[in-house]
Design a protein around this ligand. Sequence first.
Ligand SMILES: Nc1ncnc2c1ncn2[C@@H]1O[C@H](COP(=O)(O)OP(=O)(O)O)[C@@H](O)[C@H]1O
Ligand SMILES: [Mg+2]
Length: 399
Amino acid sequence: MNVGVFFGSRSVEHDVSIISAVQLMDAAASADYNVIPVYISRDGLWYIGDALRRIETFREFDPMKNGVRRVILDTSSGSGDLWEWPPKRQGIFAKVPTPAAHIDVAIPVFHGMHGEDGTIQGLFEMAGIPYASSGVLGSSIGMDKIAMKQILRGAGFPVLDYMWITRDRLEKQREEILQQAERDIRYPMFVKPASLGSSIGVSRVTNRGELEIALDLAASYDRRILIEVGVSRPVEINCAAVGYGDEVEASACEMPVSSGDDSFLNFFEKYLRNADGKTGESRGMKSLSRVLPAPIGEEMTDRIQQMTIEIFKMLDCRGTVRIDFMLDEHDVLYVNEANTIPGSLAFYLWKAAGLSFPKLVDRMVEDAMRAFADKNRSVYAYDSTILTKVSAGVKGSKR
Ligand SMILES: Nc1ncnc2c1ncn2[C@@H]1O[C@H](COP(=O)(O)OP(=O)(O)O)[C@@H](O)[C@H]1O
Ligand SMILES: [Mg+2]
């Protein structure tokens, strides 16, 4: 089976995605799949080639080297072909697109925009390619921290109080927004771009000066900005789920730990603090300090695992998803966010739950095929006679 592993893309988390994808490709290869790396560059061009399975290729990515070839996707439903692009002239014949690879199932390993957010999922839907991640709906809700909190709250899950603004409003009503945040949310607050990850653009603020800087920073990354109540020294707990439909399982729970008292899990803590001692190499989310399983007792663990499964089902997720929680100083539990394509696919959480990375890939591929077959059970045609009843040259009116 040809498994296309898609990664990179136009996202601030482009580099993190490369690390996650290389980890997943190693696992998929040992699960006996024929792995086809499909790398989308920072400027949105698509490439294939075996060299894309190695981190070294990306230190100074050169599309002209190492047998890397540029391709485009045939978006015709059911094709699954990647064409060499631009097409080459063949002797005296005109330029004809030639298939360079065929994809039976896609595993999107993007983080952030243009890949984790429902956009490429929509493309796979259009092209009729089975894929191993949440669908368009779950992916786009998971990507937008504002919509996600509104939906979680609407469904009765505990979330921290928040307000949200647009960049446009920030430009026009700055003073009003500052006052509203100070009145309704109060310091310490967290300011976040709605649709980023890896803590990029996230700030903890304790006074007006910091709030202003944080809002401008978030506005440089996104049109939509979340302002949220800050929890002092939160205990963070993450739990993953895998499955499709009604068959969903939760992983072990982890407790990520940050080094300082008042600091939060920023980009450095997540990916670099425990990088390889000799080479300084990041191991993606594997580099984060964590306690696994989280020392929170059986009851809290059960509750978090149950909620993780419920949220997975509510957002119609698929593949593996990680839901992040926070406990405040009184042990009150809040859902922080849903990551529909978590760093390193959260394989370390699955390992702790007895599921190896290759087996996790198996499960994701199986669920992708099940979801695809399930979708194809629905009918996409409706035999109407309206076209024959519309007289030529007359515009039908829509009632
Ligand atoms: N309301 C909050 N109170 C305390 N800490 C927070 C809060 N929101 C976020 N954090 C800290 O910031 C980190 C990043 O925020 P998060 O919402 O998870 O964004 P990202 O999608 O970038 O991971 C969290 O892991 C946590 O350490
Ligand atoms: Mg997070």
